[in-house]
Design a protein around this ligand. Sequence first.
Ligand SMILES: [Zn+2]
Length: 77
Amino acid sequence: MSLPPSYGLYDEVEMKRPHPCFARSKRFQIVRVGADIKILCLGCGNVMMIDRDKFNGKIKKVIAHHPGPLVPGSSDQ
Ligand SMILES: [Zn+2]
């Protein structure tokens, strides 16, 4: 098993599978990092909570680092 890429809060990431929404986007932004990871779909704007182990298995790569939320109000930190 390979290690997941290192990621941090507000990183824009590509997942292995698209979000099952109209946009079918694979691009998400991390909006919270804790025991669970909260990611925001950059296609539809929905946020989902996913546990860290699952997230580590689903992330493909980090696309970009951002200083803050790309979508206002999407972070609770
Ligand atoms: Zn979506």
